[in-house]
Design a protein around this ligand. Structure first.
Ligand code: C5P
Length: 395
């Protein structure tokens, strides 16, 4: 999601993870956000304000009484201008101060003065994190509407292992997008999306699959999340980073995808089948690894269930049609056969489009004569165009 026109306060506090906040600032700027950094005294022991000034192209606020600042009464004007305040990393100290409403530094004062959402990404030693006092403070903040991302579990700077690691940058940016999109046109709508190519086992180590990367389905999931939807992503194996803030079901086979869709979609507003579901699977799965014995091997394949055909319910149904010839005619026939509301036709012979690519060139076809031919676009933009049409069909 582009963050163009959004103003984000990035509060950096004194954790060893402070250096990772530089990467976060950079990612937010790449998405065109205005990033105003506030650093605590302790943060400046770990990383220089110059780093954030250079990355964000904006002055960095480092103290309460900075006469050279462009902000009038700083904490108030900063707080009012923010669409979201992100404290990353957040130490046990800032969490305690926020929980008790202290205002003895510029970051706490800004948080106290803001009406925007506040997101914190804790990062600290495992014992400090697990301490009842910190846990109570975090509960208090959550009950007051603060959003807490992480911490992750793993190796900590102290050499110990456990919860306390700074959350992944993509989780933090994902959460920011989700919070900023909360009141979008898909708010209170539940959308189920399938993604990736199913894997049909031959024996314990081999399977039949296809070239689907999952990129289109994952882009749809993120786009729907960023427009306020509650999203369930049913995914075949994929190397993509799991989108933050999305309910995820991992499946392998077409049969498992069918069961998941059948259980979940009837409660949803829309089902978007972006997955490349295998049409055939081996009739039986060999118990042991098949040995290289003969000069040829015949696999007996049987049909998998057609998910869209079989899952009934009163939800908007969207299918994909990957075609290599007669794109629109074949897609229209599929739309009718599967009783769909929309079908997204993509020509898999087009250069730089379709399976595995970052871009897609599609035609969105509705019932009747409606058809929307889009140029080659990044999958995220294609996702938003599809969701525009889904939103118009939702009750
Ligand atoms: O494979 P086919 O071209 O028929 O896929 C068209 C649409 O049907 C896609 O949206 C795909 O996800 C869905 N499909 C399905 N169940 C299958 C195969 C495909 O729902 N077994």
């Amino acid at each position: 999601m582009t963050l163009s026109g959004k103003t984000i306060i990035l509060g950096v506090t004194g954790s060893i993870a402070a250096y990772k906040a530089a990467e976060l600032a950079s990612r937010l700027v790449q998405r065109e956000a205005n990033v105003n950094t506030i650093m605590t005294e302790a943060a400046m022991r770990f990383i220089s304000p110059l780093t954030f000034r250079s990355l964000t192209g904006r002055p960095v606020v480092t103290g309460m009484f900075d006469l050279n600042s462009e902000f009038s009464i700083e904490h108030v004007s900063l707080a009012e201008a923010a669409d979201i305040v992100v404290i990353a990393p957040a130490t046990a100290n800032i969490i305690a101060k926020l929980a008790s409403g202290l205002a003895d530094d510029i970051l706490c004062s800004t948080v106290l003065a803001t009406k925007s959402s506040v997101l914190i990404a804790p990062a600290m030693n495992v014992n400090m994190y697990e301490n009842r006092i910190t846990q109570n403070n975090l509960s208090e903040l959550k009950s007051r509407g603060f959003i807490v991302v992480g911490p992750d579990t793993g190796r900590l700077a102290s050499g110990e292992a456990g919860p306390g690691r700074f959350a992944g940058i993509s989780d933090i940016t994902g959460s920011i997008c989700q919070v900023l999109g909360r009141k979008g046109d898909l708010a209170h709508k539940h959308i189920v999306i399938t993604a990736g190519g199913t894997q049909e086992s031959i024996d314990p180590v081999r399977y039949i699959s296809n070239r689907s990367s999952g990129k289109m389905g994952y882009a749809l999931a993120e786009a729907a999340r960023d427009r306020g939807a509650e999203v369930t992503l049913i995914t075949a194996p994929s190397s993509l980073i799991k989108p933050y803030g999305v309910e995820l079901y991992s499946i392998n086979t077409a049969q498992e995808m069918y069961q998941a869709v059948r259980d979940i979609a009837p409660r949803a507003g829309a089902l978007i089948m972006a997955a490349a579901v295998a049409d055939y699977r081996p009739a039986s799965v060999a118990k042991d690894k098949i040995k290289k014995a003969n000069s040829s091997l015949t696999l007996n394949l049987v049909n998998t269930p057609d998910i869209l055909d079989n899952v009934k319910g009163d939800f908007v149904r969207v299918g994909f049609a990957a075609e290599s010839e007669h794109l629109v005619e074949n897609a229209r026939a599929k739309l009718q056969r599967k009783n769909l509301d929309l079908i997204i036709a993509n020509d898999i012979t087009a250069e730089g489009s379709g399976f595995g690519a970052d871009n897609n060139e599609v035609v969105i076809i509705g019932r009747g004569d409606a058809k929307n031919k889009l140029p080659l676009l990044p999958k995220r933009e294609v996702a938003d165009k599809i969701l525009d049409e889904v939103a118009a069909l939702l009750p």
